[in-house]
Design a protein around this ligand. Structure first.
Ligand SMILES: [Zn+2]
Length: 506
């Protein structure tokens, strides 16, 4: 912290004691993202285009909630790679080794809490911080801000990302429906001299090496020291460069082997495959896995581009072949599937596992592991059972096969049962098929036997008729048994329908 900041800090402490911070009542709040960037740029004399490009790189102009990548302390060796402690569209940082959030609060007189939660103020805080880093002179030429941007983002890779966006322009619609466009800027140089050149080759030929700090992983000699039998899929909760830069920060206490970029699928490697990266939040899982981070936020599907899926799937296919990792959902898992003490839930519900796994299989050229699937229809007498409370109908043309079963909701449980074969223990996507009709039940319950006992899924059979409807993915044991049922009990009204079900190994 320089002298000027210290002076400001003293000044603000005084003013805040008087309950109103400087600046908080000067500007009227506007609801428009574009206006918020404009106001912040004018107030702190920073180029608006630059702020826009930074906001786009950081969060695609979304305002993530403070908990999206809040700082978290975990035991050494476990790792919480996404918990960098960065906040808002301008990614102000607060963790034990860095406090640009506090610095922005000092510079603007806005409280840290408001900087974390209020988009317009967060943008103002980012602008103030960038202006402070840049110093007295505020050049017109965007290129002359390069070093300040690199410092703001804890490394030249961040500036590289920002200047690429300035050069190409960007356009996005936020989840709140605000559309924003940044025009391509003339004369911008994305690759400037600050850029660190990779000094060593990566383990994977499709990756570029950006070695992590040795404080953030455990040196080992895998696969001889520990077998590698899992790939763990993560989402960074921040930009690609923010993840790579954090892994290079000796205080971060976390790392992942690879990080894949959203815009083009570019892969950076931070930790050698033989070494144990701290990414899973669980030491035994770290010991036996390779962690792949994907740029983006779990709450925003915009980040999950086709290029990113394909590039990551190629990498996973390569790793699976190299280490003999089975290509299935027991061995290629999400951070969310790592047990306690892990508490992270990435990659989240927008991550398309079916797409990802089929790409991994495709790139591995492995037709033998093509997803196993089984359909059981009510007409299959060896694999379907329903008691006499269930009638038979062929009324709807949306039926699967020649007919389907129907029952009035009853007080005593007499569900229709499907005998399903799940050849290996692992994750299975379960689908239901029914004809839809306004007289059918609006709260039909499917029961699925999982490794954690019975799980239920409630659907309306008044809609989505005549097609496979995804009921969710479930961990199931290697069994050939009566593991899926349609309940005859319902809190809804109308006939309950039992037609066909399908399981697909993931
Ligand atoms: Zn993760």
């Amino acid at each position: 912290m320089n002298y000027r900041v210290l002076v400001l800090l003293t000044f603000c402490a005084f003013v805040v004691a008087g309950t109103v911070g400087p600046g908080t009542n000067v500007e009227a709040r506007t609801g428009s993202l574009d206006a918020e960037f404009g106001a912040a740029a004018r107030k702190y004399e920073v180029p608006k285009e630059l702020l826009l490009a930074m906001g786009y790189v950081n969060t695609r102009w979304e305002m993530p909630p403070p908990e999206a990548s809040a700082y978290e302390e975990v035991e050494p060796g476990e790792g919480a790679p996404e918990a960098r402690g960065s906040y808002g569209v301008m990614q102000l940082v607060q963790n034990p080794s860095e406090d640009t959030l506090g610095e922005a609060a000092t510079l603007t007189g806005i409280s840290e809490e408001r900087l974390k939660k209020d988009r317009a103020r967060n943008i103002r805080g980012g602008a103030a911080l960038l202006a402070e880093i840049q110093g007295e002179t505020k050049p017109e030429d965007l290129n002359e801000w390069y070093e300040a941007v690199a410092e703001y983002g804890s490394g030249p890779l961040y500036a590289e990302q920002v200047y690429e966006v300035l050069e190409k322009g960007a356009s996005a619609e936020t989840s709140a429906g605000e559309k924003l466009t940044l025009e391509a800027q003339e004369g911008v140089e994305p690759q400037q001299m600050l850029t660190t050149q990779a000094t060593q080759a990566a383990d994977y030929s499709g990756a570029t090496w950006y070695g992590a700090s040795s404080y953030n992983y455990t040196a080992a000699s895998r696969p001889s020291s520990n077998r590698i039998d899992k790939i763990i899929v993560h989402v960074t909760q921040g930009s690609w460069s923010s993840a790579i830069n954090a892994f290079q920060n000796s205080s971060h206490q976390a790392s992942a082997h690879y990080t894949v970029r959203s815009s083009d699928g570019f892969v950076g490697q931070s930790v050698r495959e033989k070494d144990i990266a701290w990414h899973a939040g669980n030491w035994p899982y770290n010991q036996t896995s390779i962690g792949i981070e994907h740029e983006g936020y779990v709450s925003d599907p915009k980040w999950f581009t086709d290029s990113m899926y394909r590039s990551s799937a190629k990498l996973s296919a390569h790793l699976a072949k190299k280490y003999g990792i089975p290509i299935d959902r027991s061995h290629i898992i999400g951070h969310v599937e790592v047990p306690y003490p892990n508490t992270h839930y990435d990659p989240g519900s927008y991550w398309d596992w079916n797409k990802y796994m089929s790409l991994v299989r495709q790139y591995a050229g492995d037709t033998s592991t093509t997803a196993y699937s089984q359909v059981v229809d009510n007409t299959n007498s060896n694999r379907f059972y329903a008691a006499s409370n269930w009638g038979t109908s062929s009324y709807s043309s949306q039926r699967y096969g020649s007919n389907y079963k129907f029952a009035r909701p009853g007080a005593t449980y007499k569900g229709a049962k499907y005998k399903v074969k799940t050849p290996t223990r692992g994750s299975y996507a379960v689908y239901g098929w029914w004809p839809a009709n306004s007289g059918y039940n609006d709260r039909t319950v499917f029961w699925i036997w999982t490794t954690n006992g019975w799980a239920s899924k409630t659907v309306s059979q008044r809609t989505n008729g005549g097609k496979w409807v995804y009921l969710g993915a479930y961990q199931m044991d290697a069994l050939d048994d009566w593991n899926v049922e349609v309940s005859n009990q319902s809190s809804g009204t109308g006939y309950v329908i039992a037609d066909a079900i399908k399981v697909v190994r993931q």
